[in-house]
Design a protein around this ligand. Sequence first.
Ligand SMILES: *Cc1c(COP(=O)(O)O)cnc(C)c1O
Length: 405
Amino acid sequence: MNRTTGNSPFSQPDEHGHFGRFGGVFVSETLIAALSELTDAWRAARDDETFWAAFQHEMAHYVGRPSPIYHARNWSQQLGGAQIYLKREDLNHTGSHKVNNCIGQALLARRMGKTRIIAETGAGQHGVATASVAARYGLPCVVYMGAEDVRRQASNVYRMKLLGAEVRAVESGSRTLKDALNEAMRDWVTNIADTFYIIGTVAGPHPYPQMVRDFQSIIGHECREQMVKLAGRQPDEIIACVGGGSNAIGIFHPYLDEANVRLTGVEAAGKGLHTPFHAAALGCGRAGVLHGNRTMLLQDANGQIMEAHSVSAGLDYPGVGPEHAWLQETGRVQYVAASDDEALAAFHALTRAEGILPALESSHALAHAARIAPTLPKDAIVLVNLSGRGDKDMHTVAEYGGLQL
Ligand SMILES: *Cc1c(COP(=O)(O)O)cnc(C)c1O
């Protein structure tokens, strides 16, 4: 159920992991063996019904799936146009869509006989999801995190430690996500025999972008069934925020062949696309290589990777998954951006109208929904992927000048 049919124009990547001119494998010689072992194991698991049965069991009993779809009637009425529906990934165990992918990769690690998990994290959300799943399966877990991020995200670091993970602060470079990525790769090269590297979004070298997409596609597959039951038809438009792009590809992918469903990804415009303080790799970036694949990246005139900025830590990534770069080029998905201010406004509006505190990442998707809903007829349907809950963002919201804590 998590696979696309072979004859769709969207059944990418090819066997080398290319999505058009994007994707692929750009790693040092020493990682090739590990990646081909992973690719073979993934190919076999993907064709094995018992693997997906185990995945579905965990999704139901550990994560709490299927996550519901909620018709946000009050907010829709206030906006005065389209009906807005929310896919409630915020209700998953650990509070976002990230756990879907962590469970999938941990099951694959077990199947491969790996006994140790590593991950890298920027904001700490992927680190927390990985540490939870590692605890669940009794696997020791090391999480690499830039020293600067360790300082900024103290409560997530504490959470990971409570869950039994070891957090290694990386002191090199800018001491942020890029540097943590390099350290995680280095660890993997050194400990290939027993270690599984869990990547948190649809980035990295092949097979990660495809594998993470297939795990997250459970979101869109559920929506296809739920929308028919709830509204009698599929939505006119689906909107999701894009950091690395995993929640977006998860809801979009099962709809790629439905030409009548408009698909819109929303990047973080930060302080504005005309400033250097944003995270719009698709909107403003150029093609280049990062994290083992070719994709769209924020880079300066010399090709150096630039720091991304967003009020939401989870969108603060200078690249984007290669499948999104390709989907933008084909025109099947349109990508827009929403600023910090717009995301905060949507955060407050949804919270007050519906009693749901959205994550600041998800608030970027909500901001675009708020922009287009008033321009659409009252019987139009817009489905927003509510990728996570906002409890983690209380301090940021208060600092930004909402109600004081
Ligand atoms: C990590 C995160 C994101 C961004 O990651 P994607 O791979 O783009 O989905 C979005 N929303 C939430 C709640 C997150 O935790």
